[in-house]
Design a protein around this ligand. Structure first.
Ligand SMILES: Cc1cc2nc3c(=O)[nH]c(=O)nc-3n(C[C@H](O)[C@H](O)[C@H](O)COP(=O)(O)O)c2cc1C
Length: 189
């Protein structure tokens, strides 16, 4: 079972990257193979062009791994109350899955993590991530995680405060991916 993680920024100390890695490490501990697409990779992706005749090798690899994945984890930093342009550009590549059968993220669980310097942008960005997943016909896990990186944000804030929530999300995602995979196998027989 492959779980793909997308997220992080180009910051050398990216907290959305760290939140993603904590989650993916837990998913790997549970037994899945993992593949991460993080800041520098996302930065190098060309602006998505639906009319382009061909993709770069990196973009084709990215889309291929998304196609193969049993589940996906999205870890987005909040930029001005929503996801960053670089992160959204990567998600725009899911349009290459539009004609798949089934399309986009159908039949796959998706864990959503929003990282912000305040609760308001964190909650708003988590809602945005879930809306994107719904548009892509994926299944957001019941638990979504907000990480508030503002110093002095109080109990439950920061990466340490979010650790239990990230592991909870990882467990739900792994369990759902197993369930969806077993149903798909039965349906194919
Ligand atoms: C361009 C930009 C816009 C941001 N906008 C918001 C915002 O609207 N609300 C907020 O709480 N934090 C905002 N932040 C703070 C980031 O969400 C926060 O620092 C987060 O931890 C960044 O993720 P990173 O550590 O992975 O780079 C913004 C940061 C940047 C660089």
């Amino acid at each position: 079972m492959l779980i793909v993680g997308i997220g992080g920024t180009v910051s050398p100390v990216s907290s959305s990257d760290q939140a993603l890695r904590t989650t993916m490490t837990e998913i790997s501990r549970l037994g899945a193979d993992t593949r991460l697409f993080t800041g520098e990779f996302l930065k190098a992706l060309p602006t998505y062009d639906p009319t382009a005749p061909a993709r770069t090798a990196a973009a084709a690899d990215f889309v291929g791994e998304l196609r193969r994945a049993s589940g996906i984890v999205l870890s987005g930093a909040a930029y001005h109350g929503t996801v960053s342009g670089m992160f959204k550009n990567a998600l725009d590549y899911t349009e290459d899955l539009a004609l798949d059968s089934p399309p986009y993220f159908s039949g796959r669980p998706v864990g959503c993590i929003a990282v912000a310097k305040g609760w308001q942008a964190g909650v708003g960005t988590l809602t945005t991530l879930r809306s994107i997943v719904h548009a892509l016909r994926g299944w957001p896990t019941p638990y979504g995680c907000v990480v508030n990186t503002s110093p002095g944000a109080g109990p439950g804030s920061g990466l340490d405060g979010a650790r239990d929530g990230l592991c909870l999300l990882a467990g739900e995602l792994y369990q759902a991916a197993q369930l969806f995979d077993s149903r798909a196998t039965v349906a194919a027989k």
